[in-house]
Design a protein around this ligand. Structure first.
Ligand SMILES: *Cc1c(COP(=O)(O)O)cnc(C)c1O
Length: 358
């Protein structure tokens, strides 16, 4: 069986065509079952006793995060999502409230930064929104902000950012680097990025349950008060069990073949879809990610097309309005984000549907 066939066989049958892993991947039957099993166990022995029994599973989950990021399992905590992790990091920050990030920063992250009183400065980029690492190194040295925040792979565009160069510049200037890996985790290589914190959601490329996330930090970054608060906070332990299993499956399948296949899938999508009925692909064909964004031809509303693709063709994609990256996007886009199991037929169906709807 190919990687894609194996991935598909482990999941419930798909109703239609699912090209939406950047929003929410499909979970395996085993993950769904493990989550339900934990809830059943809570009813049998009590929620707190069941949580103790699940401790080794959660530890294995944190160990898998360690394998994927280079952090120690003890420095990984569960959150309720990526946004929650950023909220915790910024709320806990005791230094200067200035922060540098890309112009393509995720809109909801910008709102969180503003809510915590951060003054946001743009890092230099080229015309595609890719970090200009050499220029950024100079800017950071000349006027170091309190924090640097990087989203190595955005929600609105499949461009993979050069993390290592930025991390080196941050290290040289003693500026903590926070990384939003909501799209990068379990998708592109996130090992040893040199960041002080990395956080992600569960439901995207890692294909875990919804409503959970992860935060890994360098020891000493978070305050003892915050760590104690996180340790005692109410949590959806069943979802943590499901996520831990999903991470175990990911590591067992092989992060590297998955990464390679996702890059292949991105190139397939861009080749199959660019120019179809006037839709234009934003990313370079060989950008090593499985996120493809398409801008519509004049007079076509991407939001309407997204709805009609579901209602009339059972093809699931994402509508990405400019609020997703308000400092970079100038027009809405349709995001196509298949996982490793996509087939050329799936793209052919989408191309035909786009032609009929445009
Ligand atoms: C989805 C996403 C988030 C938010 O994740 P939640 O778990 O829903 O809070 C943050 N950043 C990026 C880049 C995302 O794609």
């Amino acid at each position: 069986m190919s990687l894609g066939e194996q991935w598909r066989a482990a999941r419930p049958a798909v109703a239609g065509v699912h090209l939406d892993s950047a929003a929410c991947s499909r979970q395996t039957l085993a993950v769904i079952e493990a989550t339900a099993q934990h809830a059943r166990h809570e009813a049998e022995v009590g929620g707190y006793v069941a949580a103790e029994a699940a401790a080794p599973v959660l530890k294995a989950g944190r160990t898998a995060v360690g394998a994927l990021t280079g952090y120690e399992p003890a420095d990984v905590v569960f959150t309720t999502g990526a946004g929650h992790a950023l909220d915790l990091l910024l709320g806990d920050w005791r230094g200067e409230r200035t922060l540098a990030c890309l112009p393509g920063e995720f809109g909801p992250n910008l709102l969180t930064m503003a809510r915590h009183g951060f003054e946001v400065r743009p890092l230099p980029v080229d015309s595609s929104g890719r970090l200009d690492a050499a220029a950024a190194t100079k800017v950071l040295a000349a006027e170091p902000p309190g924090l640097v925040h990087l989203t190595p792979l955005g929600s609105h565009r499949g461009i993979v950012q050069p993390v290592a160069e930025l991390a080196a510049a941050c290290r040289a200037d003693g500026i903590p680097l926070l990384v939003d890996a909501a799209q990068a985790f379990a998708h592109v290589d996130c090992r040893d990025m040199g960041a002080d914190a990395v956080y992600t959601a569960s439901r995207k490329w890692a294909a875990g349950p919804r409503g959970v996330g992860l935060l890994a930090t360098r020891p000493g970054l978070l305050s003892e008060e915050l760590l104690a608060r996180i340790a005692h906070a109410e949590a959806n332990v069943a979802a943590h069990v499901g996520l831990s299993l999903a991470l175990g499956e990911h590591v067992a399948t092989g992060p590297e073949p998955i990464r390679t296949r996702l890059a292949e899938v991105g190139a397939m999508a861009r080749t199959a879809l660019d120019g179809v009925a006037g839709w234009r692909v934003v990313e370079p064909v060989d950008e090593p990610s499985a996120i493809t964004t398409l801008t519509p031809p004049d007079g076509v509303d991407a939001q309407v097309v997204r709805s009609r693709l579901i209602a009339e063709y059972r093809i699931v994609t994402t509508y990405a309005g400019v609020e997703r990256a308000p400092r970079e996007m100038t027009a809405p886009a349709l995001r196509v984000s298949p996982h490793v199991d996509v087939t050329p037929d799936d793209f052919e169906l989408l191309a035909r549907a786009l032609t009929e709807l445009s």
